[in-house]
Design a protein around this ligand. Structure first.
Ligand code: ADP
Length: 499
């Protein structure tokens, strides 16, 4: 997130921008108040404004702009002022809200600490804003999803009461039964997801024949698939028996089948298979439907996540099916992943479950880190605040994070811990990021996804990073979107590599 600087006199603004850049803070100077306001409205991390720049007009416009912020937003402003002015600015500060006044002469460390604190708070605000937006979207969708079958039931009941002969009555009763079932399923899914999230689902395990369970689920979907001209085939059978809750296993397979049929066009083909390997059984549901874009693949298992688009909405759904699948599979000691070559290229969901007794499951998968939401990340960053902030952002995305504060420790950590992903700052003490990358590639080869993070986005830095062995290059500070992009590509690569 960018820091804006409004300091019109002399080269104050430029100097502040350079100071921030030296500390890997993305900053840019604004020529005047109007530019500052426009760029705040576009989305920024915080703003530094000097007292000379804060004339009555700018003050008034700023107050107006900040009043119009959404409820989750509390834009941070840092005012730089002489000690006499600092006293008078307290009133202005309270009118503008989230303001820190720093007295001149300014110690660079004080300014950097204040900017980092402001950016950290702003990052949290965006996360809260996103959560509120998702909740509102979900409520709107829930209303829509419930209203559709309810509306049909109300209308059919009216018609059944008022007119028509016997056969029409039968038809309407059948419609009411169908729509009530749909409604009940929506409510069941909602309750299940709440129960599974709070750990209230208890598995009733028994020996379950995987192929027989798949066959029953496929049969249950045949009519719907036929109605949509989608072929449904079982292509391989494992002969496996697993220790599972049969009702929950069916729920997992049914959700995947239901999506595969739902997201396939007429003429499409859905294939289900199961296989055994070592102590594990895999169930695959593959379709040649609309596919999933790379940046969404890491998110489809998140609660309420949906890839927007008319096709995905045409058949309803609340974005909870895959969350349920993920949680139920994990309860069984397994994990689920998705693979798609992108939009229009179909998707494959792969469920991996332990064979045999529950004791076996408790030993855990051979590589627990292969679970989709548990990417193991090594973070090498010398700045304490940035390291903490980035680590919490990664942890909030379900990663297990280990950290190092200099290049030598970082190289040792990555080689020793063999994480799935390493995020490495370029400007590090001891060894710089490029040297770390070379060392890692020399000792562990291509096994780790290496991402360079730097304050400079120059073309030569990118080239240098690629030559040193980095897979990707991002400029600081890492926002939520970049973190998601990095994680989903790390997951994809990890899930593709042989177990
Ligand atoms: P929904 O009720 O929206 O289907 P899910 O949790 O089952 O919710 O799926 C989440 C999102 O993942 C869907 O909205 C869709 O965008 C995407 N998705 C799931 N399965 C498939 C598939 N087989 N092909 C393409 N996209 C899929």
């Amino acid at each position: 997130m960018r820091t804006l600087v409004l300091a019109p006199r002399g080269r104050d603004g430029e100097l502040a921008v350079q100071l921030l850049a030296r500390h890997d803070i993305d900053a840019s100077a604004c020529a005047n108040g109007a530019e500052l306001l426009a760029r705040i409205a576009d989305g920024a991390g915080c703003a530094i404004v000097t007292e000379e720049a804060l004339g009555p007009t700018v003050q008034h416009q700023l107050a107006h702009e900040l009043e119009g912020q959404p409820a989750w937003s509390d834009f941070p402003l840092i005012l730089l002022a002489s000690s006499q002015a600092a006293h008078h600015l307290q009133r202005t500060a309270s009118a503008l809200g989230n303001v820190t006044v720093i007295e001149r002469p300014i110690a660079p460390d004080t300014l950097i600490t204040a900017v980092r604190a402001a950016l950290r708070g702003r990052c949290r605000q965006y996360e809260a804003g996103l959560a509120i937006q998702q909740r509102d979207q979900f409520l709107a969708m829930l209303g829509h999803e419930l209203r559709t079958p309810l509306g049909a039931i109300v209308l059919a009941t009216e018609l059944a009461r008022n007119d028509g002969g016997r056969s029409q009555l039968e038809e309407r009763l059948a419609l009411i039964a169908r729509q009530s079932k749909l409604l009940a399923r929506l409510v069941d899914d909602l309750l299940d997801v709440a129960r599974v999230t709070t750990g209230k689902i208890v598995l009733r395990r028994e020996a379950v024949d995987v192929d027989a369970t798949i066959a029953a689920c496929v049969e249950a979907h045949e009519e719907r698939a036929r109605a949509r001209s989608v072929a449904l085939q079982v292509v391989d059978r494992s002969g496996a028996t697993i220790d599972a809750d049969p009702v929950r296993l069916e729920q997992v397979i049914n959700n995947l089948l239901s999506n595969a049929v739902k997201y396939s066009p007429a003429g499409g083909c859905v294939q289900v298979s199961s296989s055994q390997r070592d102590a594990w059984c895999q169930i695959r549901v593959r379709d040649d439907g609309i596919g999933i874009a790379p940046e969404m693949q890491g998110r489809v298992f998140d609660l309420f996540a949906q890839v927007d688009g008319s096709l995905s909405r045409a058949d309803g759904g609340m974005g909870i099916g895959l969350t349920l699948v993920d949680r139920l599979v994990r309860l069984h000691g397994g994990w689920v992943t998705v693979d798609s070559a992108g939009l229009g290229h179909g998707s494959e969901f792969i469920v991996t479950l332990p064979l045999g007794s529950p004791d076996h499951a408790q030993e855990g998968p051979p590589e627990p880190a292969r679970r989709p939401s548990n990417v193991r990340v090594a973070l090498v960053e010398d700045n304490d605040d940035l390291r903490d902030l980035t680590a919490s952002l990664l942890e909030a995305h379900g990663c297990a994070v280990v950290v190092a504060a200099d290049g030598a420790a970082g190289a040792e950590l990555i080689v020793g811990a063999r994480p799935d992903l390493a995020l490495v700052d370029i400007g590090l003490p001891e060894l710089d990021g490029f040297q770390v990358a070379r060392h890692v590639r020399e000792h562990v080869g291509a096994d780790v996804v290496l991402v360079a993070i730097t304050g400079y986005g120059r073309e030569q830095d990118r080239e240098h990073a690629a030559q040193a062995g980095f897979d990707a290059f991002f400029t600081k500070p890492l926002g939520i979107d970049s973190v998601r992009e990095i994680l989903s590509s790390a997951r994809r690569r990890r899930d593709r590599s042989p177990a």
